[in-house]
Write a protein that binds this ligand. Structure first.
Ligand SMILES: [Mg+2]
Length: 278
């Protein structure tokens, strides 16, 4: 079992569920950074907990060119502290290799790419399927300005942030993608993700990582549609936090914006240290 995962166990705490107990008659704030919710984070810090983060829009601000997405120096420093204090994984829609480069030097346990598909091995039929989609989309969308098809081998991302008419581009992509076989479409911020319909997703990946690292509970932060696969897990041992409040999200908590993730990382680290001292 990993060294860091042992720390929670060493204290004999085997929390199986994370609950947000609230005083009777008080409507709880869903902002995880609200003072009243510090105890929720303290519960995570005291547990044998896996912490997991999406990358774009969560650890790194969304930028117009996805290749340029990087963490602020402060975020990287805080993430490093958190990764030294908890078993920590990144679960991104990017290819695994891409994310590995972006978090190089930070001691995370694992980087999971392609919305939960990497690093696990998949049959070549998946790869062939995705290759066929790419060819089809290139024929249908190749002439559209500002539309970029990113081939990540196990899934595709069709970006249209740079399009002069995003609404029209989004409709054209949705229409072309709807004709593909075996595809699951996941929306995003000026991106349409295409993954094999029967493939695992971020929720599956988080649970697999929790099991792999022997953790009793999991804490996950993400900002987009693909993260709803985690937020929708019907498991009291998983606590999801969305970056940016949205009424329709299944996340139990949120932080106001991407900058607030720094405050969340700082609190996770501080409370973990406190739990070791107590
Ligand atoms: Mg994201």
């Amino acid at each position: 079992m990993p060294r860091k995962a042992d720390r929670g166990r060493a204290k004999g705490r085997r929390t199986q569920s994370l609950t947000a107990s609230t005083a009777a008659g008080v409507t709880p704030s869903r902002n995880i950074l609200a003072p009243g919710n510090r105890r929720v984070l303290a519960e995570v810090a005291a547990a044998n907990a896996l912490v997991a983060f999406d990358y774009d829009g969560t650890l790194a601000p969304v930028v117009s060119d996805p290749r340029a997405a990087t963490m602020r120096g402060e975020t990287a420093d805080l993430l490093e502290r958190v990764a030294n204090a908890y078993p920590c994984v990144i679960i991104s829609g990017r290819a695994q290799e891409d994310v590995l480069r972006r978090v190089e030097g930070i001691g995370v346990f694992e980087v999971i790419g392609n919305h939960g598909l990497e690093p696990w091995a998949w049959p070549n039929t998946h790869v062939d399927l995705v290759r066929g989609w790419r060819r089809s989309l290139e024929r249908r969308l190749g002439a559209l300005p500002g539309v970029v098809i990113e081939d990540k081998v196990f899934s595709l991302a069709v970006h249209y942030r740079q399009s002069p008419d995003r609404n029209a581009a989004g409709r054209a992509i949705a229409s072309a993608a709807a004709e593909l076989e075996g595809v699951r479409l996941i929306g995003g911020k000026c991106v349409v993700n295409l993954a094999p319909r029967d493939a695992p997703h971020k929720g599956t990946a988080l649970q697999a990582a929790r099991e792999q690292f022997g953790c009793d509970v999991a804490f996950y932060v993400g900002d987009d549609e693909t993260d709803e696969d985690v937020f929708a897990l019907d498991d009291p041992a998983v606590l999801g936090v969305r970056v940016g409040s949205r009424r329709t999200s299944r996340a139990r908590y949120y932080v106001r914006d991407q900058r607030s993730v720094d405050l969340l990382l700082a609190q996770l680290f501080e409370l973990r240290e406190q739990s070791w001292r107590s």
